[in-house]
Design a protein around this ligand. Structure first.
Ligand SMILES: C[S@@+](CC[C@H](N)C(=O)[O-])C[C@H]1O[C@@H](n2cnc3c(N)ncnc32)[C@H](O)[C@@H]1O
Length: 209
């Protein structure tokens, strides 16, 4: 938890207590329904919470903005971002019902009012969002096919609406068809070897239709 405060020192007492509660809730629910590897739960704050918050070092979500987390699994990156941005609306989806069950338990335990989690396939979502966030779901080509036309036409943020995807390693090949993609290196932001090759990929994808 100290790691979170080191990089996000302006958290309110409510946000601090919500972040602290994550360990207890995930430990309890992971024992019943495995959504995070057992080893990772010991490093929950670095590998899941801080990694998710890497997106917040690239983009500050505005009050009233709508964000979708595609393939949220146990709630990453959506849950940590929803704690950090309580005035922003988050929609978390995954095709696996038991993962959404855990996410809903976390939402209830933390009394998060700005998050809705549903069992849903990305391709079937029929809404528009300012940004679509994700981690470890699929390659960029498939992802763009799934969510094309799901970013809002109207722009609220400094950057054009689009995708913020947490990815690792050499992305040259994967991003070759996306010349507008920008890689933000988390190595330069978080001083921990876990972030060595980790990046936030921003791809502007405003719906023009
Ligand atoms: C490797 S997990 C990553 C979970 C989470 N984002 C994380 O980083 O901890 C990938 C998740 O994507 C979900 N998924 C795969 N295809 C999907 C689709 N078309 N729509 C929604 N979720 C999908 C899977 O069910 C799985 O939970």
């Amino acid at each position: 938890m100290e790691e979170i405060l080191k990089y996000f020192p302006d958290l309110t007492p409510l946000q601090i207590s919500q972040f602290e509660k994550l360990e207890e809730v995930y430990t309890e629910w992971n024992a019943k329904i495995n959504v995070i590897s057992r080893k990772d739960i010991q490093e929950l704050y670095t590998k899941h919470v801080l990694h998710s918050l890497g997106i917040a070092k690239v983009m500050e979500f505005l009050p009233g903005a709508k964000i979708m987390d595609v393939g949220t699994g146990g709630g990453f990156p959506g849950i940590p971002l929803a704690i950090l941005y309580p005035e922003t609306q988050f929609y978390l989806i995954d095709i696996i019902a038991k993962k959404i069950r855990v996410v809903n338990e976390v939402i209830q335990a933390l009394e998060l009012k700005n998050v809705v989690a549903e069992q849903k396939r990305a391709e079937t979502v029929d809404e528009k969002f300012d940004f679509i966030v994700s981690r470890a779901v699929t390659n960029m080509s498939d992802f763009v096919k799934w969510i094309r036309h799901k970013t809002a036409k109207e722009n609220k943020h400094e950057f054009e609406n689009g995708i913020l995807y947490l990815k690792g390693g050499d992305l040259t090949e994967e991003l070759k068809d996306f010349p507008k993609a920008v890689e933000f290196d988390l190595t330069n932001i978080f001083d921990n070897e876990f972030f060595e090759t980790k990046k936030v990929v921003y791809l502007p994808l405003k719906y023009k239709g």
